[in-house]
Every structure is written in C-alpha cells, then in structure tokens.
Design a protein around this ligand. Structure first.
Ligand SMILES: Cc1cc2nc3c(=O)[nH]c(=O)nc-3n(C[C@H](O)[C@H](O)[C@H](O)COP(=O)(O)O)c2cc1C
Length: 371
C-alpha cells in the first residue's frame, strides 16, 4: 500500500511527467510520483501491451486519429522501477467512465488520483478539472464510486487534487465533504483557479484543511511553489511531519530537487538522456524536457533544440563539461582517442576469447567443471 505520510512527491504534469522524468525523480529521492493527467475516455480506447524489450507496460490508443509523427503511446510505466510509487492521475467528469478506465489501469499502478484543479479551458469546458470544484456532488460521486468499485476491491488508494476556493469557508466545506468519500489523500494546490503559477501561493488555510484531513484519517499534501527537499522539511516544521509536499514547476526544471543535494543542470541532462534513450522516449518529449532543464542562455540549449535524434543528443553531450561549459575541440579529440583506445582494448579481449576453443567457452559460460 502506498505511504503518503510525509512524502515529497512529483506533481502530475502533462508532457513533463512522462516515464523518464518520473524515473529521474525517483532516483533522486522522490517518495512518490504522479503521472500526467490522462482523460478517462482516452484510457478506455487503449490496448495494454507488455513491452518485453523495455520491461515496460504500454497503453496504446487505437481510437484516436493517428497524426503523422505523433506517437499513439498514451501511457508507459516501468513496473519494476516504479513499484509501489506510481499514482495515476485521471481527468474525468463521469463516475461510470472513471470506474471503467480505473479498472483497466489499476493493476499497473499504485493508486488513482482525480484532477479537480486544472483551470485549462480544455478541462473545464468538459466539466473536468477545476470545474469539479463547482459540482461537488459529482466530484464526491466520482470519488465514492472509485473507492467502492476499484479502490476497495483492489486494495489501492484513491485520492484527489484540488485548488483553493475564493472563500476559506467554501474550501473547508468542500474538504469536509471530500474526506468523507473514503479517499486516502487530498492534495491542496494553494492557489485559486484564476491564479497563475508565478503568483505566490496562499497558505493561510493550510492548518485548517490539514486538520480536517487528519481528523478523518486522510493524508494531506501541500502544493504550490515548493523549491525542494530543504524547504519542504522547513514547512514540515511548521505544519507537521506527517504533511506531504508536491513539486511541479521546480521539478520540471530539475527532477533531482527531491534530494537535499540536487544535481546541476549539466550532469542532470546527461542522466536524463541516458534514461530517456533507454526507455525509447519520444524524442520530441525528451527535447521539451531538456529545454526546460537547460538555461536558455547556454549554447547547449541551441544544440538540443537542433537535435533530431538520440544520436544528435549524445553527440552534443560529448561537448558538455559537468560545470555546463563547452569542451574545447582538443579536449573532444582527446576523449575520442580515449574512446578508440577503449574500443581497441575490448576488441583485443574479444579476439582472445574467440581464440578459445568452443568447449572452453561453454565451460566458462555454464561454470561446468570438466575433468
Ligand atoms: C507543465 C505542467 C503540467 C501540468 N499538468 C498537470 C496535470 O496533468 N494535472 C494536474 O493536476 N496539474 C497539472 N499541473 C499543475 C501542477 O501539478 C501543480 O499543481 C502546479 O504547477 C503548482 O505547483 P508548483 O507551484 O510546484 O508548480 C501542471 C503544471 C505544469 C507546470
């Protein structure tokens, strides 16, 4: 069972929250990771494929027109690397479709979260996201149905992510209703629907919201402008060690902010590329993430923006020093020579192995002792 208590987690982020970002965040201390919001109606059009080559489980959409150059991969998880840590976030405005979609996905994830905070037109015009804050009966019915029909039978938690309402009293009344649906966690994005991320979050109601949650045995996670582990621990001193924290934009810029010692951007992007390539992440998505992580003024921003493949990205990385500066041509030549030496050494070893008789190779591989 997922342990939300005091957890510092990666926020749900469309585009940014794909598998490589989640794996990088987990590697650097994220306690849990939320996937990007996916709409219930989309999930139900998907085929579930076990990708033996990558060790992943892939959900591929067949019900949507395939746009050339756009992947039909809707969701990918690595069950081994994300085990016990992955929360799937769903967009929905219908309890029946939500249950149908949740039942399709639940065995591959550790919990399901309902997005009741997204202010984008795309979400609210369909009654999803922040629109659910104005239809609390519907929101409660979605959560209750998910708890009763998916969460309880499968032993997995259901949670919700909301925003502040304009009046504190309205926020508290809504929270009071939500914690009675059987959910395990409530995340509060401490901004109203109209507020943009550049505006400072409003934390005046946090104590009260948290108390309602705790009194009902529901975990509470705070969200909004958190910078990293250090600041989160300071906030826990104020609001209690059992409070969780969720980071979005700062984790998009640097998915290692969950560590007390986050990486600088140069070693960070090298790790990201290594993970993204190993998971065959869509190159357009990897480039999007890399341009978020690299300072705009760096020449590497342009190198990455111009890259068309993982080969191009790897070539660019050969020029990158860990302090973010560009290697001089001679240094690159030296590196190339080193690589050649290493390759020759490997070939020598291989040749020596090839000289060994087949019986001897078999004996070495199987460990069999021959008389
Ligand atoms: C690129 C991006 C994508 C986002 N996508 C989602 C999403 O899919 N679901 C959601 O509930 N919130 C989404 N959000 C909102 C964040 O989860 C978070 O609530 C918000 O950014 C405030 O946190 P922050 O101040 O740490 O950035 C997104 C934010 C960003 C920056």
């Amino acid at each position: 069972m997922v342990d939300y208590r005091g957890a510092l987690v990666l926020a749900p982020m469309v585009r940014a929250g794909e598998l490589p970002t989640r794996l990088l965040a987990l590697r650097h201390g994220a306690d849990l990771v939320w996937g990007p919001e996916i709409i219930d109606k989309k999930i139900v059009t998907c085929d579930r494929i076990e990708n033996q080559k990558l060790g992943t489980v892939d959900y591929l959409s067949h019900g949507y027109t395939k746009v050339p150059g756009v992947t039909n991969l809707v969701f990918r998880t690595h069950p081994k690397l994300e085990a016990g840590k992955l929360i799937f976030q769903m967009g929905t405005a219908n309890a029946d479709v939500a249950v149908q979609a949740a039942n399709m996905i639940i065995d591959d994830v550790d919990g399901i979260d309902i997005n009741a905070g997204c202010p984008k037109h795309f979400s609210i015009h369909a009654g999803m996201g922040a629109a659910l804050l104005k239809t609390p009966d519907l929101l409660c019915s979605i959560l209750t149905n998910l708890v009763e029909k998916v969460g309880k039978p499968k032993g997995k938690p259901i949670s919700v992510k909301i925003r502040l309402l304009h009046k504190e009293e309205d926020t508290l009344n809504l929270v009071e209703r939500l914690v009675n649906t059987g959910i395990s966690n409530l995340t509060l994005h401490c901004r109203t629907q109209e507020m943009r991320n550049r505006e400072a979050p409003i934390r005046v109601s946090v104590d009260k919201v948290k108390k309602i949650c705790v009194d009902h045995g529901v975990n509470f996670i705070i969200n909004g402008a958190l910078t990293g582990r250090k600041e989160f621990e300071e906030l826990q001193e104020v609001y209690g060690k059992d409070m969780g924290g969720m980071i979005a934009e700062n984790a998009e810029r640097n998915p290692s902010v969950f560590s007390l010692t986050p990486l600088d951007w140069a070693p960070l992007i090298k790790e990201y590329i290594e993970i993204a390539e190993s998971m065959c992440n869509y190159i357009g998505n990897s480039k999007y993430m890399l341009t978020k992580m690299i300072p705009g003024k760096s020449i590497f921003y342009q190198y990455i923006a111009r890259s068309k493949s993982y080969d191009d990205l790897r070539e660019a990385m050969k020029k990158l020093n860990d302090d973010g500066t560009e290697k001089k041509q001679e240094e690159i030549e030296v590196t190339k020579d080193d690589e050649k030496d290493a390759e020759e050494e490997t070939n020598d070893k291989k040749r020596k192995t090839d000289d060994i008789q087949p019986e001897e190779i078999k004996r070495q591989q199987t460990g069999a002792i021959t008389a």
